[in-house]
Design a binder for this molecule. Sequence first.
Ligand code: ADP
Length: 274
Amino acid sequence: YEMSGRISLSVNQLTEEKQKLLDAIDRLRELEQQQKQFIGNISHELKTPLTSILAYADLLEMYRDDPALLEEARGQISQEAQRLYRLVEKALQLSSMDIYEFETHAEHVNLMPILQEAAARLEAKAEQSGITLQTSLSEGKVWADPENLMHMILNLLDNAIKYNRPGGTVTLANEADRDSQGHDRMVIKVSDTGIGISDEARERIFDPFYTVSSDRSRVHGGTGLGLSLVRNLAEKQHGYVDVAETSPNGSTFVVTLPMERPQSQKVHSVEESS
Ligand code: ADP
């Protein structure tokens, strides 16, 4: 009896192990597919600036005796090379998160100093663009990886400056509240007085490589990777990011993060609780 009991237990275990293996294979297939798609997208994106650089490099020879044209070509090469650099940098960040199980080193951190530093880092950029950067911060701790968090806020502030109007304002604020299931969470808001986001675009701005108006984004050296990176980071930290409001007079991006170490459930977005 004991013997057969033991055998049936191990058969159960075998079935379980087999299912785990099958699940792992499915997951690997899925990852492989994502990886192929990612490489396809990135290769396409890298080709555009490279084509410009090659074209201007050829023109340098023709422009040899014309300092103004030479300067223009140099400027274009430099601008496109910077775009390439940003693309590669963001692609590396994204790929390391998607392909390997990206590790976040979450801890109980004070939010205010991180937000203050993020704002300070972009102060000069805002000023150069004629934008007022203001903060409305309150004390509180979140359960997050400080480096990832900094990265997310910098990305959102950078967009709020880039897609603003001259003379506009960017506001960084935070406030503690509770989600529909009673979990304490921190809500961080980045608002701008910019061009707003259409309903159609709203669904897609978090997709990798998506940019609303390629012209405007290109002027700013956009890669369409920033927001997908932010969403990825937020979700890895049991949080969420979304556009809370948008109108022709500006948009508000909202990040929610748990204040305590999560049991594993996701913190719900602001809309879900109201
Ligand atoms: P990009 O590198 O183009 O800025 P993102 O992924 O950060 O890429 O953003 C995707 C697109 O979403 C941008 O090209 C822009 O059109 C739009 N977008 C992002 N933030 C804002 C904002 N604050 N206001 C209006 N549009 C925005």
